[in-house]
Design a binder for this molecule. Structure first.
Ligand SMILES: *[C@@H]1O[C@H](CO)[C@@H](O)[C@H](O)[C@H]1NC(C)=O
Ligand SMILES: *[C@@H]1O[C@H](CO)[C@@H](O)[C@H](O)[C@H]1NC(C)=O
Ligand SMILES: [Zn+2]
Length: 400
């Protein structure tokens, strides 16, 4: 049954892609308003779908991708290869496969047509011109989330509802990301900054965009918990705001010190899901070097691109965004030292497993590799303080 489903999704996807290729202006306008996209009417208005002449080739891609999915829980999973094999549809294939594998489609009686439509729309709302914050990053975070959900402590306590939320939050957590950061949106008076009052501007937008797609596709309209899904999705996505890292980390640390996390308690499970999503979101430095390195290059490219825009418009260049003052290695070493290591050290304390040791192992090796390329930047350079990485406590924010 799952094979049939795979082929069906594959063929339908090819159609969806061809459809989007021919309607760029409509897409641009839609993106501009995507925070209120649930108000827009059906995409059928965008014209008749064309047939993709390559769809026969895709059956073969589909076969190889299906093979890869047998190892979807492996920490070495190569999402870049998977994305090529699925013809740029890694997020749809991966998320669909996981929902199916966990039995969530059957359990929550999700309508297959609505689900497919929802996943295709999610994938399309990522900007594939962003070097980093695109659908492949979302697929990667979803795959990492899956790895964490399988860890014994979580696997034995999470409910199906928790798992559904965790996977959906991972898949949508950067939805419609513009490829620039919050300070940039604030200083350029972007409408999103005004809309969300300079607070978790991007994360609020990702969340509201996800809610828009859920409502547009009516994916959960048959579930009594629809409200609760929207709210909890928000609280998970907002936890990925890196400027609130210290707040979450110290709460986590306190729980671990007091040893008082009881996963029978729904609010404690929700907190653990938030931490798992935070880890999944910044786990790039914990992947094997060949994967990790590619992510580092992509994220730095996106930073430097922002810096170039800032230069061009004579704005102050944001930290880490000046290609003349930073290197990939210096950016990575600082990020690992001040953001990634502290988080994963606590995660390993919470979930003391082989996976956690593997991740810390890669983290150490990757940091050594970057350090070897950048002998003078040992994490204590002029840029080497936490505030550079926007990890400052922000007490104005409240959880939902
Ligand atoms: C957001 O920040 C900008 C720049 O600091 C400021 O001008 C604006 O008033 C702020 N908006 C809100 C709603 O706080
Ligand atoms: C669950 O944990 C929260 C926060 O620690 C606490 O307020 C609540 O009373 C707990 N619920 C139960 C049923 O123990
Ligand atoms: Zn992200």
């Amino acid at each position: 049954m799952s094979f049939l489903v795979c082929v069906c999704v594959c063929v339908c996807l090819c159609t969806a892609r061809a459809e989007s290729a021919g309607t760029i202006p409509a897409r641009r306008i839609r993106r501009l308003f995507s925070f209120q996209r649930h108000l827009l009417s059906s995409r059928l208005l965008r014209g008749a779908p064309q047939l993709n002449p390559l769809h026969i080739l895709d059956e073969d891609y589909c076969g190889q991708a299906k093979c890869m999915l047998e190892k979807v829980g492996s920490w070495n999973f190569d999402i870049f290869l998977f994305d090529r094999l699925t013809n740029g549809n890694s997020l749809v294939f991966l998320t669909f496969n996981l929902l199916n594998q966990y039995g969530l489609i059957e359990l929550f009686q999700l309508d297959m047509v609505k689900l497919r439509r929802f996943l295709v729309l999610v994938q399309e709302d990522y900007h594939n011109q962003n070097p980093y914050h695109n659908a492949v990053h979302a697929a990667d975070v979803t795959q990492a989330m899956h790895c964490y959900l399988k860890e014994p402590k979580l696997a034995e306590s999470l409910t199906s509802f928790d798992i559904l939320l965790g996977l959906l939050a991972a898949a949508t957590h950067d939805l419609d990301h513009p490829g620039v950061n919050q300070p940039f949106l604030i200083k350029t008076n972007h409408y999103l900054a005004a809309l969300y009052r300079n607070t978790s501007v991007l994360e609020n937008h990702h969340w509201r965009s996800a809610v828009g797609l859920l409502r547009e596709t009516e994916l959960f309209s048959n579930l009594p918990a629809e409200d609760s899904i929207e709210r909890q999705l928000g609280s998970l996505i907002l936890a990925t705001d890196i400027s609130r890292q210290n707040e979450y980390l110290s709460r986590f640390r306190t729980h671990l010190d007091e040893n008082d996390l009881s996963l029978g308690n729904a609010s404690h499970r929700h907190f653990v899901l938030q931490m798992a999503l935070k880890c999944a979101d910044i786990c790039n430095p914990c992947r094997p070097w060949e994967l990790s390195k590619q992510w580092s290059e992509k994220v730095t490219e996106e930073f430097f691109h922002q810096g170039d825009i800032e230069k061009k418009h004579k704005l102050e260049i944001s930290p880490l965004c000046d290609s003349e003052a930073n290197t990939i290695a210096s950016v990575q070493i600082g990020f690992m030292t001040y953001v990634v290591e502290p988080l994963f050290a606590e995660w390993a304390r919470f979930s003391d497993t082989r996976l956690s040791q593997t991740m810390l192992g890669h983290l150490g090796l990757n940091k050594a590799s970057w350090s070897a390329m950048e002998p003078e930047a040992s994490g204590s350079s002029e840029e080497g303080d936490m505030s550079t990485y926007s990890v400052t406590p922000n007490t104005q924010n409240n959880d939902l």
